[in-house]
Ligand binder design. Structure first.
Ligand code: OOB
Length: 538
């Protein structure tokens, strides 16, 4: 059985194959090409894995899962943090053709339940060290609600059998890899979202592997690259832009950090002679602050490049990377849906400091639309429209949302407002989607509003962004309640519903009524303006 998804039209698919973008090779190839190499592939704390070990251990896990009934076309819900097992599991699942949703480690009950409902997984792989899996209650709930769920495998479980560790140690024996075909779904990427339930993005081997290979060329990734993964491993940026998969493809080294803090990352950079990493803008600020406080950037001497993306990087901060950290900056403007733009390493300084770069592929079609869907000229600000060899053609099982997200020619409207420079670079100027970008972490306003409105005293809720020096944006919830209600009560309410901590409103303000637009929708522009005015006065 294959997983159904919105395919590219025949003519485009033929072109992508003809140009050599789509190779019809599954991503198991990334490891297969290095399987006899004893070079170090992953460093995770005191543990170190060679390419040979990655290949063997993922074979073991794949075989063990196959023996437990998992097969090509099945789906899995996976939640692992920045640990070597994240990649071992990913490759094991690729090998047996099981498509995972890789939930972020910050995700809680609400997010995991929503993903499970969408893919009806046969397998759950999670970590006992996550609060949600400290006992069996949530697992039991998932099993009750999803008859599909047949296997639950936990990391850090103190049992002798059926743990992730024990499956990785089961000898593979006679193992036959059964990856899905190149043009089938390899896994589901997570959408930052703007709707009530988080959407899933089917990514095929062909499209994803292509974006990885060409990212490697653009980012100069080689066997000498030592890349620090400091952002959540499951996110598209550290996974494939070029991320860990790019580094594996090139035969380089991936070093894992639990978070992007300077206290954790600087010693790792020094110890492992890290050459490259990817950060969100707030992490850059904190690194610069640490350098100032500690009075040295010596431990960062091996760093050649820092990629920054996920949210807009201000020009002042951009300029400080080169002068204070002493390495090159590459801006990355990407999306889990596909399209990734990079400034090139040999671009002039102005381009690197002031633009978000240009697409990976000559066949990425990007244009700027006005609100009626007509093309705008260079220099005008409008909607980003795109299609191409690694940009998806539809969210999983979401026909209504897809109808609103694509135009009649299959161009995806990302909800970003951009401007194109005369030399073809993109400048992100704003956003139209109802989302808060909290330092790269995306919050769909509607999702939190719905959860807030489940509190019996809340009549109406609106979540909007407010400017924040460090995070770029933070979230503010405006609440209309039937009786006075304290912010702590609403935060507790959200925690009880089980939602990722970064989605909790940074500020909660009770109001008598929400301002409305002439058509009767909540006037979020006015709410944002109100917050900006308050900040200006403060
Ligand atoms: C990356 O992916 P997502 O899916 O978490 O978020 C995508 C959205 C974009 O539509 C845009 O609104 C925003 O994040 N964004 C940026 C940006 N990079 C992403 N906004 C301004 N400047 C940037 N450099 O965030 C992502 C995926 C792959 C590589 C890098 C980032």
């Amino acid at each position: 059985m294959t997983i159904s998804y919105s395919r590219w039209p025949e003519d485009l698919a033929a072109r992508y194959r003809e140009k050599g973008y789509w190779l019809d090779v599954p991503m198991t190839d990334i490891l297969a090409r290095h399987k006899n190499s004893d070079a170090v592939a992953v460093i995770d704390g005191d543990r170190q894995f060679s390419y040979r070990q990655l290949a063997e251990l993922s074979d073991n896990l794949a075989a063990a899962l196959q023996r437990r009934g998992l097969k090509n076309g099945d789906t899995a819900l996976v939640q692992l943090g920045n640990v070597a097992e994240f990649y071992l599991t990913l490759f094991a699942l690729f090998k047996i053709g099981v498509a995972p949703v890789n939930a972020l480690f910050s995700h809680q009950r609400t997010e995991l339940s929503a993903y499970a409902s969408q893919i009806e997984p046969k397998l759950l792989i999670a970590d006992r060290s996550h609060a949600l899996f400290a006992d069996d209650r949530f697992i039991e709930q998932l099993c009750r609600e999803h008859a599909s769920l047949q296997q639950v495998i936990l990391r850090n479980d103190n049992q002798p059998e059926n743990t992730l560790e024990s499956l990785l140690a089961e000898a593979a024996g006679e193992f036959n890899a059964t990856p899905t075909a190149g043009d089938e779904v390899a896994f589901f990427q997570l959408s930052g979202g703007s709707t009530g339930t988080p959407k899933l993005i089917p990514r095929t081997h062909n499209d994803y592997y292509y974006s990885i290979r060409d990212s490697n060329v653009i980012c100069h990734v080689t066997a000498e690259t030592r890349y620090l993964i400091a952002l959540p491993a499951a996110h598209n940026f550290p996974m494939s832009s070029p991320g860990a998969l790019g580094v594996f493809d090139a035969g380089g080294q991936v070093i894992l950090a639990a978070d992007p803090s300077a206290t954790l990352c600087f010693p790792l950079i020094e110890k492992h002679h890290i050459t490259d990493t990817g950060l969100v803008p707030p992490a850059v600020s904190l690194w610069l602050q640490a350098i100032q406080e500690w009075g040295t950037n010596k431990s960062l001497a091996s760093l050649q490049r820092i990629q920054v993306g996920g949210a807009k990087l201000g020009e002042t901060l951009a300029a400080r990377i080169q002068s204070e950290i002493g390495c090159k900056l590459q801006q990355v403007f990407g999306m889990a849906e596909g399209l990734v733009n990079y400034t090139r390493l040999d671009d002039d300084e102005k381009t690197i400091l002031t633009t978000q770069g240009r697409p990976i592929s000559p066949d990425d079609e990007v244009w700027v639309a006005d609100e009626n869907g007509n093309p705008l000229p260079v220099g005008a600000v409008g909607r980003l429209m795109t299609r191409g060899p690694y940009t998806f053609r539809g969210y999983y099982n979401s026909p209504e949302h897809n109808a609103a997200s694509f135009d009649e020619n299959g161009f995806y409207c990302s909800g970003d407002l951009i401007e194109m420079t005369p030399d073809g670079n993109i400048i992100v100027q704003g956003r139209e989607k109802d989302q808060i970008n909290r330092g790269g972490e995306k919050i769909a306003a509607e999702e939190i509003e719905n959860l807030l409105q489940r509190h019996p005293d809340v009549i109406h809720a609106a979540l909007v962004s407010m400017n924040d020096e460090l995070m770029g944006e933070k979230s503010c919830a405006f609440i209309v309640a039937s009786q006075p209600i304290k912010p702590v009560v609403l935060r507790r309410h959200l925690r009880e519903l089980g939602v990722a901590e970064f989605k909790l409103p940074d500020r909660i303000t009770c109001v008598d009524a929400l301002p409305l637009t002439p058509v009767g929708k909540v006037d979020k522009k006015r709410l944002r303006q109100q917050l900006a005015d308050q900040q200006a006065q403060a």
